[in-house]
Design a protein around this ligand. Structure first.
Ligand SMILES: Cc1cc2nc3c(=O)[nH]c(=O)nc-3n(C[C@H](O)[C@H](O)[C@H](O)COP(=O)(O)OP(=O)(O)OC[C@H]3O[C@@H](n4cnc5c(N)ncnc54)[C@H](O)[C@@H]3O)c2cc1C
Length: 326
C-alpha cells in the first residue's frame, strides 16, 4: 500500500501547529490515494507525541527519540528523515514550510533524488498522482505542479491547510529508530528572541502596523489592539528599516509569510512586497486614510480613516467584546 510520509516538527517537546496541519492534510490525501500515513518525529521526548499524531491521522509514527538530536542540526535531521524515506519508500513526502522545514526539505530532496514543490498552498489528487498549487512572483501568479517521479515531495505553507478534528480513539503503530546524530556544524546556544505572546507565523489573528503610525512612539497603538484581540503583532518593512520594531515581526517578501484567519493592516500602503507575505490571509481588514491605497484592493473590509482615531476605539471595542465572552 502506498505511504504518505510527513515530517512532524517539534520544539521543546511540543508539536508545532504546522506539523498537525501537515498530518491532517496527509490523512485527507490518504483517503484519495488509498494510502497510509507515517509521521516522523525527531528529538528527545518524540515518543510521547505519537498519540497526538495518531489523533490527527497518522497510522504509523517513526520516532528518533535521542537526546543527541535535541537541538536542530540540518545534517543529522536530514540524515534521519532520508533514512525514514529509504525505509518507508513513500509516494508522497510532506514537510511544513516553517523555518526548519525550509532548511531541511531541499537538502533531503536532493539527497533522496525527489522533486520538491515548496510553499504549497493547495494539494489535490488527479489520476492517482499529487497535484500542487504554489505561488509565484510574490503571489502575483500561481503554478500548478506535478511530479515526474516519486517520492513527490512538498512543503506546505502554515495556516493554509485546515487542522483535522482530532480523534483520540485512533491509535498508531510506533516504530523506534536511530540514526548517526553526528554533525559537522554544532549548535552551541539557542537564544529565544523577544517574541510576543503569540508566534507570528502560527497566529490566527495578526495586527500589523506601517509608516502611517508616524513614529515608534505610536506603535503601542497597534500592540494594544493586538493584545486586546489575542493577536500577534506584525509590521511593514518601512517601520522595521526605520528601527521602530524588530525585524522578526516584518511581514512580506523579505520578512515572514503569514496566512492568519484575520489580518488587520494599520497605516500600511499595500506595496507588492508586503502583499507577498500576507495576501493569503483568510480575511483582510485595512485601515488607511488614503482611499486609493493599494491595500484596499486585497482587503475584504476597508476602513477609510485615521489610525490615531480608530485604533484606540477598536481596542476598547475588542476589550469589551472579549470581556463579555468571558
Ligand atoms: C526588494 C524589496 C523587498 C521588500 N520587502 C518588503 C517586505 O518584506 N515587507 C514590506 O512590508 N515591505 C517590503 N518592501 C518595501 C515596500 O516596497 C514598501 O516600501 C513598504 O511595504 C511600505 O511600508 P508602509 O506601507 O508601512 O509605508 P508607506 O508605503 O509609506 O505607507 C504608509 C501608509 O499609511 C497611510 N497613512 C498615513 N497616515 C495615516 C493615518 N494617520 N491613518 C491611516 N493611514 C495613514 C498612508 O496613506 C500610506 O498608505 C520591500 C522593498 C523591496 C525593494
Amino acid at each position: 500500500m502506498a505511504t504518505i510520509l510527513t515530517f512532524a516538527e517539534q520544539r521543546d517537546g511540543k508539536l508545532r501547529r504546522a506539523s498537525l496541519e501537515v498530518v491532517s492534510e496527509a490523512r485527507r490525501l490518504a483517503e484519495a490515494l488509498g494510502a497510509t500515513v507515517t509521521a516522523v518525529v525527531i528529538g528527545p521526548g518524540s515518543d510521547s507525541l505519537s498519540g497526538e499524531l495518531a489523533a490527527y491521522g497518522a497510522d504509523r509514527v517513526q520516532v528518533f527519540d535521542d537526546a543527541a538530536l535535541g537541538a536542530y542540526a540540518t545534517e543529522a535531521y536530514a540524515r534521519a528523515l532520508a533514512q525514514a524515506i529509504a525505509d518507508a519508500k513513500p509516494s508522497v513526502v510532506l514537510v511544513p514550510f516553517t523555518a526548519m522545514g525550509k532548511d531541511l526539505a531541499p537538502r533531503v530532496a536532493a539527497g533522496v533524488g525527489a522533486g520538491l514543490a515548496s510553499d504549497c498552498v493547495g494539494l489535490s489528487v488527479a489520476g492517482g498522482k499529487l497535484v500542487a498549487r504554489r505561488p509565484l512572483y510574490a503571489g502575483k501568479a500561481y503554478a500548478t505542479v506535478e511530479w515526474a517521479g516519486e517520492p513527490q515531495m512538498a512543503t506546505l505553507r502554515p495556516n493554509v491547510f485546515p487542522l483535522g478534528t482530532p480523534d483520540t480513539s485512533r491509535k498508531a503503530e510506533v516504530v523506534k529508530a536511530s540514526v548517526d546524530a553526528s554533525s559537522r556544524a554544532k549548535v552551541v546556544a539557542v537564544r529565544a528572541t523577544a517574541q510576543g505572546k503569540v508566534q507570528l507565523t502560527e497566529a490566527q489573528i495578526i495586527v500589523s502596523g506601517g509608516r502611517g503610525l508616524k513614529g515608534p512612539e505610536h506603535f503601542p497603538l497597534v500592540e494594544a489592539l493586538a493584545e486586546a484581540m489575542g493577536a500577534a503583532v506584525g509590521a511593514s518593512r518601512a517601520v522595521v528599516d526605520a528601527g521602530w520594531v524588530d525585524h522578526q515581526i516584518q511581514v512580506g517578501q523579505t520578512g515572514k509569510t503569514v496566512s492568519p484567519s484575520l489580518y488587520v493592516a494599520c497605516g500600511i500602503s499595500g506595496a507588492i512586497q508586503h502583499l507577498a507575505g500576507m495576501s493569503s490571509s483568510k480575511v483582510i481588514v485595512a485601515i488607511n486614510k488614503d482611499a486609493d491605497a493599494a491595500i484596499f484592493k486585497v482587503a475584504d473590509y476597508g476602513i477609510l480613516g485615521d489610525v490615531f482615531e480608530l485604533l484606540p476605539k477598536l481596542t476598547e471595542a475588542a476589550k469589551a467584546h472579549f470581556a463579555s465572552r468571558g
